[in-house]
Design a protein around this ligand. Sequence first.
Ligand code: GRG
Length: 352
Amino acid sequence: MVASNAGEMAVLSSEEMVYNVVLRQAALVKKELKSRGDLDVKPDVVLPGTLNLLSEAYDRCGEVCAEYAKTFYLGTLLMTPERRRAIWAIYVWCRRTDELVDGPNASHITPTALDRWEARLEDLFQGRPFDMMDAALADTVGKFPVDIQPFKDMIEGMRMDLRKSRYQNFDELYLYCYYVAGTVGLMSVPVMGIAPESQASMESVYNAALALGIANQLTNILRDVGEDARRGRVYLPQDELVLAGLSDDDIFAGKVTDKWRSFMKNQIKRARMFFDEAEKGVTELSAASRWPVWASLLLYRQILDEIEANDYNNFTKRAYVRKTKKIVALPVAYAKSLISPTSREPSLLEKT
Ligand SMILES: CC(C)=CCC/C(C)=C/CC/C(C)=C/CC/C(C)=C/COP(=O)(O)OP(=O)(O)O
C-alpha cells in the first residue's frame, strides 16, 4: 500500500510492486555506471592469504552448480571467467535458499530459520560472510552492481510457500513467481552484463529478465500440476479455475476433460506471452551471455509444447523435452545470439 496524493491509501498490484524492484535494480546499475564510467569488473582487493580461499570458494560453487544443474553449468562456461563464477555464487545461494523449504530438512524449517538466513544475507552484503559459499557471494556483490532486494524477496517467496498452498488469482500467483524465479532474472543481469552498444533502457532489459523468470516458473507450475497436487498444493489461480467450471477436487481427481484442456490452453497462452516479453531483452545482453540465455529460453518454452503434445495430461505425465530436440535448439540459440543490438535491422538471421 502507498499513500496517494490525496492522502488515501492505494493498493498496488503485484506487478506494480515488482516493477519498483526493477526500477531500484536499474537505478543501482546506472549509478555504478556513472561513478565508474563502465561496468568492467572491479579488481580483486585481497588480503594476503585470502585469494586462494576465495578462488576455492568459487570453485566449490562451480562444482555444486555442475552437480545439480549440468546444462545450466555448461551454459555458464560460455561466459567470461569473472562472470561465470559470479553466476555460480548466485546459483548456490538460490539453491541453498530453496533447500531450506524443499530439501531434506524442510519439515523442520520455521519462519525463524528464514529470518536467520535473511540476517546472514544482510551480513554478507555488508562484507561479513558466514561461510565459504557466502564469501564467494559477498565478493560477487562487491564487484557487480547487484541489489539486495531480489535476494530478500526470494526468502519472502520461501515464507509464502510455508504459509500458503492456494492462490486466489493471477495477481497472487504472479507475486509468488516473482519471489521464487523473477528474482533470479534480476540477480543475473548485473552479472551477465548489457551489450555496450545497446540502446534499450536499463528498465526494459530488467523487465525482460523478470519476464523470463516468471515464464519459467509458470511453465514449471503447469508441468508439475499432478506432482504438486499430490503434496496438497495448487499453484493455479482459483478464480480462473472457477470460471472454467473446475475446482481443486478436479485437480486431485486428475482427469483430463474438455474443461481442463480449455483451462490449460489459456494458462499456456499466458506463459508464452511472458516468454515473448523476455525475448525482447535477450538481444540486449552482452554477447557472451546471449547464447546460454537463448538456449535456456528455447528449451524451457518447449516444455509448453510437450504439455500440448501430451494432450494436457499434466496429472500423470511429466512433460519433458527429448535430447534430440534439445540438441537442435543449441544451434538455433547460437544463431539468435549472433544478433547484436546494433545488427537488429539488417540481420538476415532474423528473416530465416
Ligand atoms: C532475458 C534477459 C534479459 C535476461 C535473462 C535473465 C535470466 C537468467 C532469467 C532466468 C531466471 C531463472 C533461471 C529463473 C528460475 C526459474 C525456474 C523455474 C527454475 C526451475 O528450477 P528447477 O525446479 O530446478 O527446474 P527443473 O525442475 O526444470 O530442473
